[in-house]
Design a protein around this ligand. Structure first.
Ligand code: SF4
Length: 553
């Protein structure tokens, strides 16, 4: 676990003290809301529909038990006893009182957490593969890279006021679990023909109003060149990105309007200049960061045969347990999507249970995934029965990872000031409709993603089935996209046609799933594979044929 240096700790404390003073001035009326807004946003504090919302960064999604328990303590002391894990490896508290926020930030600082750069037009919390350091398919742990970027980008004077927010994701595996192609910059770790480590650099991806899949701007960037190259990209963006229209200000628009070749030339020219000026990263610093992410000492114990375990445990292992690089160990994904629950919500008791389980069975490590689940990255296979029992006792043993009810949903109109429709109740209804885990296992891998407005925090564009809630003359209306994919084969979903009313959207999704079950070649063909083979037509028919028949009558 990487611990902040004394420099980091002092920086965070100073920021809290500064914000405490700003909050006091807002409370006594000497700052207006307009004056206060940029100050609170610099500290991750939003004003939502019903209350303030504090967004806390979980760098590269990694936590230990102490940090998780502190999040539980914050939820109990200053919120309503729960928190919400987001698609960007953050946790949000939805009900803090303004006067309490400095105390919350101090409590976060006590365990090396903060809310800096979780908002505003700056480089946001750097995200990474949630299986980092444990995955069987990993080339290299991406978290030292993410931590280096965090150190470089925090309070970077030149990039504090970019044209728009800026998101970076890193993966160390060929199987992309960090959605790198839908970020402003995506970094995929590679080795060249001599075995030297480096990155494929992807630029200009993003979802939201104008979704785009990122483009490869550099096939191979040697590791040592990372910071000058990032600095070059950011400098080109900062100077040339549009500031006249917030909807056209993201780097994806700049890349699109300038063209990949031209933007590459601009970046490369800037890179040559920057490399000459920016001192290389101190190798001692780099190795101290890498040492902090060294894999834990894994125990050698006999691995039991669990093939005769009870059905509940077996289905949990089939669905929620993934290959670890050490064959005696496993990665356990804990679903934060119980049937009828709010995707990504965890009560303080659940946070404490997860902390206890991680401490006892997972080398004191936890991860938050962009899919709003929690990962126990290093569990010995002999401990799987005990982990399953402990999760079950905490209401956290739902065996639905990657299945129809493992839905990403943004907060939507239940919390978000920008929402045009509800997301959470749609996810809950789909979960309830497909509550039967055997039926879910039969349907197989299926990613449903729901956003409550065009900003696409629920990543609906890259859902196999994407749902976008909009407002049509004061009435909620839901558009469906099909065939989206957020992995290394990233694709944007295609719109099916007219949207559906609130009470029609879950039946419409059910019809899509029934169509897939009817037309798949066999159980091994997933929804996405079937869609790619069959195209839109049969699914469109299932969605709209009834209406066409009614029109013809
Ligand atoms: S997609 Fe829209 S409604 Fe959902 S969290 Fe983002 S801004 Fe809010």
């Amino acid at each position: 676990m990487y611990d902040y240096t004394d420099f980091d700790a002092a920086f965070v404390r100073n920021r809290v003290a500064e914000f405490r003073d700003q909050v006091a001035r807002r409370l006594d009326g000497s700052l207006t809301e307009d004056e206060f807004k940029p100050l609170r946003l610099m500290n991750g504090l939003y004003l939502q529909l019903h209350a303030y919302m504090l967004r806390v960064a979980i760098p590269y999604g990694t936590l230990n038990a102490r940090k998780m328990r502190q999040l539980a303590h914050i939820a109990d002391t200053w919120d309503k006893g729960y928190g919400h894990f987001t698609t960007r490896q953050n946790i949000q508290f939805n009900w803090p009182k303004l006067r309490d926020v400095p105390d919350i930030l101090d409590a976060l600082a006590d365990v090396g957490l903060h809310a800096i750069q979780t908002s505003g037009n700056c480089i946001r919390n750097v995200t990474a593969d949630h299986f980092a350091g444990a995955a069987a398919d990993e080339i290299e742990d991406p978290r030292p890279t993410a931590e280096l970027i965090r150190q470089w980008s925090t309070d970077h004077p030149e990039f504090a006021y970019l044209p728009r927010k800026f998101k970076v994701a890193v993966t160390g595996s060929p199987n992309d679990r960090a959605v790198t192609k839908a970020h402003d910059i995506g970094l995929r770790m590679l080795r060249d023909e001599t075995g030297a480590p480096g990155y494929e650099v992807i630029v200009g991806g993003g979802l939201g109003r104008t979704p785009m899949i990122g483009k490869v701007v550099r096939d191979f960037l040697p590791k040592a060149d990372l910071l000058p190259y990032l600095e070059a990209i950011l400098r080109v963006y900062n100077l040339s990105g549009r500031r006249d229209n917030k909807y056209k200000a993201r780097i994806k628009i700049l890349v699109h309007e300038t063209g990949l070749e031209e933007i590459r030339d601009l970046i490369e020219a800037e890179f040559q200049r920057t490399r000459a000026e920016l001192p290389p990263v101190d190798p001692a610093l780099l190795s101290s960061i890498e040492a902090a992410f060294a894999p834990p000492a894994l125990a050698r114990r006999p691995v039991p045969d669990l093939s005769r375990a009870d059905a509940g445990l077996r289905s949990f292992i089939d669905t929620n347990v993934m290959a670890h690089r050490d064959p005696d160990h496993a990665i356990v994904s804990v679903s934060m999507k119980p049937v009828g629950g709010t995707p990504g919500d965890a009560t303080s008791d659940q946070m404490r249970a997860l902390a206890d389980i991680a401490e006892r069975y997972s080398h004191d490590e936890l991860r938050i995934s962009h899919e709003q689940n929690v990962i126990l990255p290093h569990v010995h296979r002999a401990d799987l029965p005990a982990v399953y029992d402990a999760l079950r006792a905490a209401g956290l043993a739902t065996a639905n990872i990657g299945l129809v009810s493992d839905i990403i949903a943004c907060p939507g109109m239940d919390y978000c000031a920008l929402a045009t429709a509800r997301s959470i109740p749609i996810a809950q209804q789909i979960g309830t409709t497909f509550a039967d885990l055997d039926a879910q296992a039969d349907i197989g891998p299926l990613k449903i993603k729901i956003s409550g407005c065009i900003n696409a925090c629920g990543h609906h564009h890259v859902g196999h089935i994407g749902v976008l809630g909009l407002d049509r003359a004061g009435v909620e209306n839901y558009q469906i996209t099909l065939g989206g994919d957020g992995t290394e084969t990233a694709t944007l979903g295609e719109r099916t046609g007219p949207g559906f009313a609130y009470d029609e959207i879950v039946p419409a999704i059910t019809r899509l799933i029934e169509t897939y079950l009817r037309l798949r070649e066999d159980r091994s063909e997933t929804f996405l594979q079937a869609y790619r083979r069959l195209g839109m037509a049969p699914f469109k028919d299932a969605l709209y044929a009834q209406e066409r028949r009614a029109d013809a009558a």
